[in-house]
Design a protein around this ligand. Structure first.
Ligand SMILES: Cc1cc2nc3c(=O)[nH]c(=O)nc-3n(C[C@H](O)[C@H](O)[C@H](O)COP(=O)(O)OP(=O)(O)OC[C@H]3O[C@@H](n4cnc5c(N)ncnc54)[C@H](O)[C@@H]3O)c2cc1C
Length: 384
C-alpha cells in the first residue's frame, strides 16, 4: 500500500528501518536469552529521538503524527517486540499521559528527560487480583497533610524493573487517582517476574508499595479522575500502539512464511506450489492488508481529532492482534519442525502475538466495546 509521506516522515521511517536492521533484529533472540534490553540500545534510541517519538519538538521529541508513529512502531515491532514494548510503555502510556494531564511543571520536568532516556517511564495499573476490572484497583492512597501515602502491589508491569518512575493508579474508597511515583521513594520495591511466555526482555516486574509517601504535586490529572482521565488516555494510546504491533508481527510472519515456502522443497517441489500452503499465504496477505488499513484509518481519525478515533482504535487493536495470532500460527505451520525452534524467528513471533490479545484490554474487552458500539450504531427499525 502506498502511503503518501512527507520527505521528513519518509526519512524517519528509513532511519528506523536501518536502525532496526543493524541494532535490533539480529539480536532479538539474544535479548530474550539475556532477559534484558541492553542499556546502550536504549541510549542509542534516545539519541535518535525515538524515546520521544510523538513528543513535541520543543522538548526534543520527533513530534510524529499518528500515521508516521504507527509506521515507526511497525518497523520496530518487526525487529523485536521487547524493543517495541519500550516505545509503547514509555511513549504511548507514560509519556502521553503526562503530556495530556500533567501540570506545566510535570511536563517540563519529565518530558525532556524522557526524550533523552534519562528517565524511563512505566505504567502501573494491573494488580495480582485486579486486571480487566481495572476500576477496582486495591492499591490505596490516603491523604496525610500535603502528602499521600500509597500501599499495595502491582503486577506484570512492563519495564517495571528498570523504570525510573511509574504512572501508578491507586484508589481511595473508589476514588481512583493517578500518581507519578519515582523509583527512589522509600518503601517502593520491584522484583522481576521470570518464566514468561514472551516479553522476556521487557523487564516485567511486580511492584510493592509499603507506605510510600508522595507529595500532592505528584498527582497526575485530578484527584479522583485517575480512571476517566489518565487510564482512558493510556489505554487509548496503548491500543493504537498495540494495533500497529499486531501489523508488525503479521507482516514479519508473512514474510518469513513466504520466504521459507520458496526455499524449502518436499516431494521434489517447493512448498509454495502446494495449494494448502498457498491458502495460508493468501489468508496472511489479506488479513495483513486489512489490519494495516484499519490501523491507517484509526491513525487518520486520530490525526484529525475525530471522536470516532477511539472506537476505530479498539477495532484496529482487536483485529490486528487477532490476525497476528492467526498468521503467526500459520507461519509456524509452514515451517514445520523448524517453526518450533528458536533459530527461526516465527517461534518468537507466535509467542509474542499471544500477548497482544491480552494487553491494553483483552480481546474480550474489545469485543464488548465494539459490540456496544455496533448494537447502537447499526440498529434499524425495519421489521425485516
Ligand atoms: C507481557 C505482559 C505485559 C504487561 N504489561 C503491563 C503493564 O505495563 N502495566 C500494567 O498495568 N499491566 C500490564 N500487563 C497486565 C495486563 O494488562 C493484564 O494481564 C490484562 O489487563 C488482563 O488482566 P488479567 O491478567 O488480570 O486477566 P483477567 O482480568 O483475570 O481476565 C482473565 C480472562 O477473563 C476474561 N474476562 C475478564 N473479565 C471479563 C468480562 N467482563 N467479560 C468477558 N471476559 C472477561 C479476560 O478477557 C481474560 O480472557 C501486562 C501483561 C502481560 C502478559
Amino acid at each position: 500500500m502506498n502511503i503518501s509521506l512527507t520527505v521528513e516522515q519518509e526519512q524517519i521511517i528509513q532511519d528506523v528501518r536501518a536502525f532496526v536492521e543493524e541494532e535490533v533484529r539480529p539480536f532479538a533472540t539474544h535479548f530474550e536469552e539475556q532477559q534484558a534490553l541492553p542499556k546502550d540500545l536504549i541510549q542509542k534510541m534516545a539519541a535518535r529521538g525515538y524515546l520521544g517519538a510523538t513528543f513535541p519538538k520543543k522538548y526534543g521529541g520527533l513530534e510524529l503524527d499518528p500515521i508516521t508513529y504507527g509506521l515507526f512502531t511497525e518497523e520496530i515491532g518487526k525487529g523485536d517486540s521487547n524493543t517495541r514494548g519500550l516505545i509503547t510503555v514509555h511513549v504511548s502510556l507514560a509519556g502521553e499521559c503526562i503530556l495530556k494531564w500533567g501540570t506545566r511543571e510535570q511536563v517540563e520536568y519529565w518530558i525532556p528527560q524522557m526524550v533523552q532516556g534519562k528517565k524511563i517511564g512505566a505504567f502501573a495499573l494491573t494488580e495480582p487480583d485486579v486486571g480487566t476490572d481495572a476500576k477496582s484497583v486495591q492499591t490505596t492512597y490516603v491523604k496525610d497533610g500535603s502528602n499521600y501515602i500509597i500501599n499495595g502491589r502491582k503486577k506484570w508491569i512492563s519495564f517495571g524493573d528498570i523504570a525510573d518512575f511509574f504512572v501508578l493508579i491507586a484508589s481511595n474508597e473508589g476514588k481512583v487517582t493517578a500518581f507519578i511515583v519515582e523509583r527512589e521513594r522509600k518503601g517502593l520495591n520491584t522484583s522481576p517476574i521470570p518464566g514468561l511466555l514472551a516479553g522476556k526482555a521487557s523487564h516485567i516486574a511486580e511492584i510493592e508499595l509499603n507506605n510510600v509517601v508522595v507529595p500532592e504535586a505528584n498527582i497526575l490529572g485530578r484527584l479522583g479522575a485517575g480512571f476517566t482521565y489518565v487510564v482512558n488516555t493510556a489505554l487509548d494510546h496503548g491500543r493504537y500502539s498495540i494495533a500497529w504491533s499486531g501489523v508488525s508481527l503479521a507482516q514479519a510472519a508473512l514474510e518469513a512464511m513466504v520466504s521459507y515456502s520458496r526455499q524449502r522443497s518436499q516431494f521434489g517441489k517447493k512448498l509454495r506450489t502446494y495449494q494448502f500452503i498457498q491458502g495460508m499465504i493468501a489468508d496472511a496477505v489479506t488479513k495483513t492488508h486489512a489490519a494495516r488499513s484499519l490501523c491507517l484509518r484509526a491513525g487518520e481519525l486520530r490525526k484529525n481529532g475525530d471522536p470516532e478515533a477511539i472506537i476505530e482504535t479498539s477495532l484496529a487493536k482487536y483485529y490486528a492482534s487477532k490476525i497476528a495470532m492467526d498468521i503467526t500460527i500459520d507461519a509456524v505451520q509452514v515451517h514445520g519442525g523448524n517453526g518450533c525452534y528458536n533459530k527461526y524467528p516465527v517461534e518468537r513471533y507466535f509467542r509474542e502475538a499471544k500477548i497482544l490479545e491480552i494487553i491494553e484490554g483483552t480481546s474480550q474487552v474489545q469485543q464488548e466495546i465494539i459490540a456496544g458500539y455496533g448494537i447502537k450504531k447499526y440498529y434499524t427499525r425495519r421489521e425485516s
